[in-house]
Structures are given as C-alpha cells and as structure tokens.
Write a protein that binds this ligand. Structure first.
Ligand code: RFL
Ligand code: PHB
Length: 392
C-alpha cells in the first residue's frame, strides 16, 4: 500500500489528524491495534477548551458538539470547611469551557471517516514504523494473519502513552521528563442528574471531582491510593466517600444511583523531547501525559495535530519545511505550559501521602489566597481556559 501519511493510533489525536489532513487534500491511512468498538467504548476526558471547540468546528465536527455539548463559564473549587471560589474563565478571558465526552468526539470522528470512505484499519497488529530517519519511511503490520507494508512520506505517532511510535525512537535521540504521583483517580459514570457546575474538592480524605456528560449522565472521580482495585470500591462505598469529600450543601445535591462504568487511572506527568525523529512525528499522549486535574490531555492532543497538519499543509502546498522543523518546539511550548499547570493543580488539590503539617498549612494558605485574590483567580482562569494557539 501507499499513502502520504501513515497515522499510527485511531484515538482522538489520530482520527482528528486524518480529518484535518483530508481537508488539506493530504491522503492518510490510520492503523489502530484495537477494534473500533473498543476504541469507541473507552470513557475518558470530558472538558474542552474553547480553542479546541473552534478547531473541531473548523474541521466539520461541530454539529453535534454544538447541539449536545454543555458550555459553561468555568469550574468551582471547594475545600474543607472554607468558602468556595469559581474559576471564572468567562469573566477573566471571555472564553467558555464545554463538557462533551471524548466518547462523543470519537463517535463524531468515526462518522466523519465513514462519510468520506477513509482508510481506517483496526485490529492492525505488530505495527512497526520503519526507516523514519530516511526519506523513504514505511510501516509494517499484520492483519488477520497476513503481513502488510505501507510506503509513505511521513509517519504520525498518535498511539498514546503505551504505543510503539515513541518506543521506536533511539534513546540517544529523545529525552524523557517524568513525574509519577502516589495515587490514582477512580472514575465513575452514572445515569443521574449532574451538578450544575464542575466542582473540584480538596478534603482531608482526598481529592474529588464532579463533572457530567449530559443533564442525565454524571461523571465523578475520587483520589484513591496506589494499588486500589475496582473490586475495593462497590457503588455504596464510592458514593459515601464522594459525598464525605464535599461541603454539605454540595454533597446534599449529589444524586446517587447505579454506576454504569468504573475505572482507576494512575496519575502521571511525562514529556518527550523532541516530538519527532526524522520523518516520524509524535502527537497527543504518545508524546506527553498530564495528570487529568487540569483537564488538558485531550486539548493538547487537539492542538498538537492542528500544528502538525498546518506544517504538513505548507510542506505539500509550498514545498517549505519551516513548519515541520518548528513543529516540536511550537507544540512543546503549549505542552510545557499545560504540564506545569496540571502539576500545579494536582499538588494544590490532592492529599499526598506523608504530607507534613507544614505542607498542609501551605496548601490551605494557597487556597485561601486564591479565594480572595482577583489577580490569582485571573491567572488560574487564563491557564484553565487554555493558552491561545500560536499563529492563529
Ligand atoms: P489515546 O486516546 O490513548 O489513543 C491512542 C490510540 O492508539 C492505539 N494504539 C496503537 N495502535 C496501533 N499500534 C499500536 N502499537 C498502538 N498502541 C496504541 C490505542 O489503542 C488508541 O486507540 O491517545 P490520544 O489520541 O493522544 O488522545 C489523548 C486523550 O485520550 C487523553 O489525553 C485524554 O483522555 C486525557 N484526559 C483529559 N483530557 C482533557 O483534555 N480533558 C479532560 O477532562 C480529561 N479527563 C483524561 C481525563 C484522561 C483520563 N484517563 C483515563 C487517563 C480523565 C481521565 C480519567
Ligand atoms: C471530566 O469531565 O471527565 C473531567 C473534567 C475535569 C477534569 C478532568 C476530567 O479536570
């Protein structure tokens, strides 16, 4: 087979990249190791920056997002026994946030791919990017026991944190920056009315988060120790723990019910530099992971593929490679800004094992400061709303 760009990974980064390339008249093939149904069923992110909503709209993916997404003016932070404050992105930046599930975006992307008869190959096993350091890269894989090869101009590694793309880069050509957190998030989805606001909570029992997918579908998270398993968290224990971490009036407003999905995700910060090796370019979770506290992972995946599609568009249209040469440094500026913000939100809102009394007071003092300082609130709102894309 032959194409201009082989995209490894059919998650949001890979599928959106294929759509953006198609709009620019650039041909691609997406290789996904799982089944389409599996990719579709994964429950993950929910909160979109306004810039991400604009990019999705500009790529023809706005219709259902505009109908069913829930735009709002920011999120609330509550902490034990104190007043709450609102991260008002609308007041401080004129930008809104939108809750719209990653599952829905994935569905919209598959629908768009179907409409244009895109080449999307799922259950592609043993995918290998080859000769990325040369002008003639190619990718090999197996499907249904048969071996295939695709010759291409470029390879896009959109295969998430555990993918093969980053792992194929020689260690002498890439540097990793990592930080692990000593806890995870237990997330549940429940067909119960969501709270009117997204509410983050810092409590002596640990962090909690209330979000939603639609008026009758709520999404909640609680911080859990490393090593906890789903079986440790029957529904009743989950709801009791969640409510215990919110001030009474918020806890009373939470409607409980059976959960329809439950999963535990570890929290991690990770950045790979540079985000390319020869003609292999990394985008999304393949290149970086942020803890979900800042709601940035999916938004970064979207901005990465925007930058990369713009660079490839000028490569094919004008024959200039300045965009490709600058892709990594341009993308990394936004990545590091989000990585720093996500790390900061994580240390502000979680209880860390072994935290000293001093650490505890310092955290409380920072929350107190945030709740009274309009300057501090403007700064957090600006970062939460998302920094603007360069060159737009
Ligand atoms: P994905 O979604 O992991 O997709 C990668 C795809 O590549 C496939 N793959 C391979 N295919 C072929 N060959 C191989 N060798 C392959 N290896 C892997 C995989 O099967 C998969 O289909 O990465 P992508 O596209 O970069 O998208 C990133 C986002 O999924 C991620 O950043 C967000 O979900 C993070 N995130 C959030 N981001 C936000 O912007 N806002 C949020 O509110 C938010 N909340 C969250 C989150 C992530 C969470 N978890 C579970 C970590 C909440 C949670 C709980
Ligand atoms: C979500 O709705 O899943 C969500 C919202 C905010 C976050 C993380 C996840 O920071």
């Amino acid at each position: 087979m032959q194409t201009q760009v082989v995209i490894i990974g059919g998650g949001p980064a890979g599928m959106l990249f294929a759509e953006m390339l198609h709009q620019a008249g650039i041909d691609s093939i997406v290789l996904e190791q799982r089944t389409r149904e599996y990719v579709q069923g994964r429950i993950r992110a929910g909160l979109l920056e306004e810039g991400s909503v604009h990019l999705l709209r500009a790529t023809g993916l706005g219709a259902r997002l505009d109908r069913e997404g829930h735009p709002h003016h920011g999120s609330m932070i509550a902490w034990a026994g104190r007043s709450r404050f609102f991260i008002d992105t609308w007041k401080h930046t004129g930008r809104r946030m939108t809750t719209y599930g990653q599952t829905e975006i994935q569905q919209d992307l598959f629908d768009a791919a179907d409409r244009r008869n895109a080449r999307f190959i799922d259950e592609a096993l043993d995918v290998r990017p080859m000769d990325a350091a040369t002008d003639h890269p190619y990718v090999t894989f197996n499907k249904n026991g048969e071996a295939f090869r695709i010759d291409c101009d470029f390879i896009a590694g959109c295969d998430g944190f555990h993918g093969v793309s980053r792992a194929s880069i020689p260690l002498s050509a890439i540097k990793f920056f990592e930080k692990d957190y000593p806890f995870g998030w237990l997330g549940v989805l429940s067909e119960t009315p969501r709270l009117p606001d997204v509410v983050y909570a810092n409590h002596p029992r640990g962090f909690a988060l209330a979000s939603g997918r639609n008026p009758m579908l709520s999404r909640y998270y609680v911080q859990v120790p490393m090593g906890d398993r789903i079986e440790d968290w029957p529904d009743e224990r989950f709801w009791t723990e969640l409510k215990a971490r919110y001030p009474k009036e918020i806890a009373d407003a939470i409607v409980t019910g059976p959960t329809i999905e439950k999963s535990i995700a570890p929290l991690r910060s990770f950045v790979a530099e540079p985000m390319h090796y020869g003609r292999l370019f990394l985008a999304g979770d393949a290149a970086h992971i942020v803890p979900p506290t800042g709601a940035k992972g999916l938004n970064l995946a979207i901005s990465d593929v925007f930058y990369l599609s713009r660079a490839l568009t000028t490569h094919y249209r004008d024959g200039t490679d300045a965009g490709l040469d600058g892709y990594s440094s341009t993308a990394l500026r936004r990545v590091w800004s989000a990585a720093r913000f996500s790390w900061w939100m994580t240390q502000l809102l979680h209880r860390f094992p072994g935290m000293s009394d001093f650490d505890q007071r310092a955290q409380e003092s920072e929350l107190d400061y945030l709740s009274v300082s309009v300057h501090a609130q403007a700064s957090i709102a600006e970062q939460y709303a998302g920094m603007p894309l360069e060159g737009t």
